[in-house]
Design a protein around this ligand. Structure first.
Ligand SMILES: *Cc1c(COP(=O)(O)O)cnc(C)c1O
Length: 444
């Protein structure tokens, strides 16, 4: 889009001028409505999330067989929810403000199999595709024991099919590992941001990795083209996939159970504030949609993005969605937060989030390494840098705009009962030497 047309067509012009200067901003969503009104406009329902959850349950015996680390949870891929009071104290110290309420970490960083939030949507989409094929070719019935998917016969069957995906790293790992485990020929198209160790690990698991000198959009574009020319190839479309999205949304049902077992009530007087790092939008969007379905107006969702790659922010705040990319605003799209290095957000997710999302905060890269050291030093939990962007939402609660949001939501007297939940999106598979390098990375 040319510069003049761009600035003539944007909403939130002065905020976007700050964004274009690379400043840290907070955008409060002026289109936020009641959850009931918002959900009425969205073409999915709770039944779709239930369907995804049931499919994952059918596959649990297979998952448990092929990935024995999931046996303690009987083949369910689910992450811990832990209170992190020492990190709360540290955030209060560094932000020089009291934080009302309790601080919990949702550790998707520690999801089994691929160590990131992509183990939800990515793995779910591969399983759904495998089930669709197996049903279509009469290889299985829905009532069968899905341990059958681990047999040599099934692996040979899947060998004739390809799965392809474009990725900055973590999505490729989830798709690659699960596809290879089922026997598919899987090709992962990796952008320049993707870390070498992720490519190495994937090759070692039997995936084919194609590397690009270009950014994420290019890897997706080429991957999609190659896949489309091959009738036996299935492309996992991070930007538009409803399947990925629903796989992520299942997180909400699992979280509801975890909160119940901790005796934590979420309601109008006990709000839940969730902060999720956002790249193309699928993972945070899916999780957010599920949470809104279950907790309605009592849950308040903020996405966090890097100042140089705030693709969802420019799309949603401008009102132009995926018609604009961060480069249109003169930003580089480059960030140390490799999982968030996306220039153009998903238009599909932007549309779904239009009336559900509370707002988006952007942060400079140096914070993520500081938070990463803080969470290691206070709670002995390692997260990858991208995931640490989530803490920014908590650190900014004292900001006048966040306070304005709390006032408008009528929550000023209830914040002592609030649950704050940074969503840790990745980290468990990061090798020790890379962790060490990150621990000594200081940006200004
Ligand atoms: C993928 C990813 C995200 C964001 O998910 P999107 O679907 O791209 O928005 C956040 N953190 C990490 C570590 C990721 O890998």
């Amino acid at each position: 889009m040319d510069k003049q047309t761009l600035w003539q067509s944007v909403q939130n012009k002065s905020l976007l001028e700050d964004v274009a200067k690379g400043k840290e901003v907070i955008w409060l969503n002026e289109h936020l409505t009641s959850t009931q009104q918002a959900l009425a406009k969205i073409p999915f329902t709770m039944a779709d999330i239930d369907d995804a959850e049931e499919r994952l349950a059918r596959f649990a015996p297979f998952i448990q067989t092929v990935f024995p680390e999931t046996a303690p949870q009987h083949g369910l891929i689910e992450s811990p929810l832990v209170e992190i009071p020492a990190m709360k104290t540290q955030l209060e110290r560094t932000s020089r403000n009291h934080i009302s309420g309790r601080l919990f970490l949702k550790q998707d960083s520690h999801l089994a199999i691929s160590g990131s939030i992509k183990a939800r949507g990515g793995i779910y989409e591969v399983l759904k595709h495998a089930e669709d094929l197996a049903l279509a070719y009469g290889k299985i019935k829905q009532t069968d024991d899905y341990t059958k998917f681990a047999s040599d016969e099934m692996r040979t069957f899947f060998r004739q099919f390809k799965i392809q995906v474009g990725s900055t790293g973590n999505l490729g790992m989830s798709i690659g590992i699960m596809s290879a485990a089922l026997g598919f020929h899987v090709i992962v198209h990796m952008s320049a941001d993707a870390k070498q160790w992720k490519k190495d690990l994937l090759r070692q698991r039997g995936a084919e990795v194609i590397e690009y000198d270009d950014d994420y959009s290019k890897a997706v574009e080429v991957g999609r083209k190659l896949s489309d020319t091959d009738p036996n190839s299935y492309f996992v479309d991070d930007e538009n996939s409803k399947t990925l999205f629903l796989g992520y949304a299942v997180a909400a049902k699992r979280l509801q159970k975890q909160l119940q077992s901790l005796n934590i009530t979420i309601d109008a007087k006990h709000p839940l504030f969730v902060y999720i790092p956002c790249g193309v939008g699928g993972a945070p969007g899916g999780v957010a949609f599920g949470l809104k379905q279950l907790f309605g107006d009592a849950v308040h969702i903020f996405f966090i993005e890097p100042t140089q790659a705030p693709c969802m922010l420019v799309g949603m705040a401008s009102g132009l969605q995926n018609k604009v990319c961060v480069q249109d605003f003169g930003l580089s799209g480059q960030t140390h937060a490799d999982g968030l290095a996306v220039g153009r957000a998903s238009g599909f997710v932007g549309g779904v989030m239009k009336h559900l999302l509370s707002g988006i905060l952007s942060l400079e890269d140096y914070h993520i390494y500081d938070y990463m050291r803080d969470i290691v030093n206070t709670e002995n939990i390692f997260l990858e840098p991208s995931a640490c962007a989530a803490f920014w939402g908590v650190a900014q609660l004292h900001n006048p705009q966040m306070q304005q949001y709390i006032q408008q939501a009528g929550l000023q007297n209830d914040m002592q009962y609030a649950i704050h939940m940074p969503w840790a999106t990745g980290g468990n598979l990061v090798p020790a030497d890379i962790r060490e390098t990150y621990m000594h990375t200081y940006l200004t």
